[in-house]
Design a protein around this ligand. Structure first.
Ligand SMILES: [Mg+2]
Length: 173
């Protein structure tokens, strides 16, 4: 399945901020950063106990953040290795030119570490990584984004909308 949408947006929800944090939810959405068009998507929940078994960690503050919001979603949770393997398959199918996340130092290193701990190859190359926050902040340095959902799929869609808006705004001035 090849898509005419060149890039992927990814987002993860975690129980910590360190590069070895537990990921309990992730999503990826095919999109075009110049138009904001989006298509095929992947989303999954990861079993937290299984993530701990792979020596991933959490911090108290982030656990509290989620506890105050009803706890991390686990209704459809699958083992870490299964989810990462499926994500790798999705990325392979999409064959994206670039993979974006909001910031360069959160989603990429945490996901990269999870692949390492799961004993799987990371499904992208370092030169495919793009940082949407940097692009957005170049265009809107003072803008404070509000209403972030902290739902990986919704956050991907929001990030696609914001980055496409920033790119088009910068081209129109
Ligand atoms: Mg998020």
């Amino acid at each position: 399945m090849k898509t005419d949408l060149p890039d992927l947006m990814i987002d993860i929800e975690t129980l910590g901020l360190r590069p070895d944090a537990v990921i309990f939810e992730l999503a990826a959405v095919a999109f075009d950063p110049t138009t904001g068009d989006h298509g095929q998507s992947f989303k999954a929940e990861i079993n937290i106990e299984d993530a701990y078994l792979h020596r991933l960690t959490s911090d108290e503050e982030t656990r509290r953040f989620w506890d105050e919001r009803g706890g991390p979603r686990q209704g459809e949770a699958q083992p870490l290795r299964v989810v990462l393997d499926h994500l790798a398959g999705f990325i392979g199918d999409m064959n994206p030119k670039a993979i974006w996340s909001w910031g360069s130092d959160f989603d990429f290193p945490i996901l990269g570490n999870a692949y390492l701990r799961a004993g799987l190859d990371c499904p992208w190359r370092h030169y495919q990584q793009r940082d949407a926050r940097t692009v957005y902040k170049l265009v809107f340095p003072e803008e404070k984004r509000r209403g972030i959902d902290h739902n990986a799929l919704n956050d991907c869609l929001r990030q696609i909308k914001d980055i496409a808006f920033a790119i088009n705004y910068s081209r129109s001035i």
